[in-house]
Design a protein around this ligand. Structure first.
Ligand code: BG6
Length: 298
């Protein structure tokens, strides 16, 4: 690795896992090499944009609860209609988030820092999936947060996979926020036996468990948070699926492992290529899935 620019350090973080920390006049941020997991982003003079559970594991082989887990090469339970090898119980949301990644490049331009990471080994992936691939996660910390997962097919046959950037946005109280931008969009409801419905023409509000995979949508999504008096905007590229998730009070502690009432502190708005919108990448081609998230005071 090259010398790191000012404002960027790599040191052991929680659980002694390697963590890249960024501190500039524009923002602070951090990424763990474990899972290439972004765990913090805070623009100058604003509240943090991302949320991480106080109960999260920080350990090899376990997913961090919060921040931006990368779901790849599949989303949710492994699909049986793509090309995966199902020889034992597959881990939920793929293996990228529990695999080691390495830092391959760091660039600073004025107050923007861009980190690039790639999987340290393909073994955890090839155990489940025949894809011959290269993947790079680029994370740009500036006044806004930009994250892009670039996937290249290095094989000789079309490569099928799913991917998601499973962002946990920090909010004052999930039961008071509104999510705009998915009005009229079809979704698969994981709370109601994967049945399909169409979102009505009102913003999303939360009152209990909410787990919807919105398909065929590239629209930006806005989270309005009246408690923290701010608006978060998530704009996507290369993504036709948006997942909106919060476990609600009942499942939060026993199933998801959160501290009491922590479920109120986040809403997941996930930039995805999943379900109907899984990716087929031809040999030699690439697909980039990404988003830019920004916040402003209301
Ligand atoms: C969401 C899924 O993306 O992730 C939910 O839609 C799932 O069904 C949630 O419960 C959390 O998944 P995990 O594996 O991090 O507990």
């Amino acid at each position: 690795m090259q010398d790191l620019p000012d404002g960027v350090v790599v040191r052991p973080g929680k659980g002694q896992l390697d963590r890249v920390s960024v501190d500039t006049a524009a923002c602070t941020g951090e990424v763990y090499l474990h899972g290439a997991h972004v765990t913090a982003f805070q623009p100058e003079e604003q509240l943090p944009l991302l949320w991480v559970s106080s109960k999260s594991a920080f350990a090899p082989g376990q997913a961090i609860r919060g921040g931006i887990p990368i779901c790849f090469p599949w989303f949710g339970p492994m699909r049986t209609d793509l090309d995966f090898h199902q020889h034992e119980k597959p881990p939920q949301h793929g293996v990228a988030r529990t695999s080691p990644w390495r830092l391959t490049d760091v660039r600073r331009s004025a107050d923007a820092v861009t980190l690039s990471l790639s999987p340290a080994s393909h073994d955890p992936f090839s155990k489940w999936w025949p894809g011959k691939f290269a993947a790079t996660l680029a994370v740009r910390f500036a006044k806004t947060l930009t994250v892009a997962l670039r996937i290249e097919n290095r094989g000789t046959t079309p490569m099928r996979c799913e991917a998601a950037l499973h962002t946990y946005f920090f909010v004052g109280d999930v039961n008071q926020v509104e999510v705009h931008g998915l009005e009229g969009v079809e979704y698969v409801d994981r709370v109601r036996d994967l049945q399909r419905f169409k979102q009505d023409n009102t913003p999303i509000r939360f009152d209990g468990e909410f787990d919807r995979t919105y398909v065929n949508t590239s629209s930006p999504v806005t989270v309005i948070d009246p408690v923290y008096k701010r608006k978060i905007v998530n704009q996507k590229v290369g993504s036709n699926t948006t997942v909106v998730w919060n476990p609600g009070r009942v499942k939060a502690e026993p199933v998801i492992g959160l501290a009491p009432d922590e479920y109120k502190q986040f809403v997941c708005v996930e930039t995805a290529a999943a379900t109907d919108n899984f990716l087929t990448i031809n040999p030699g081609e690439t697909h980039t899935l990404g988003f830019e998230a920004s916040s402003e005071t209301l």
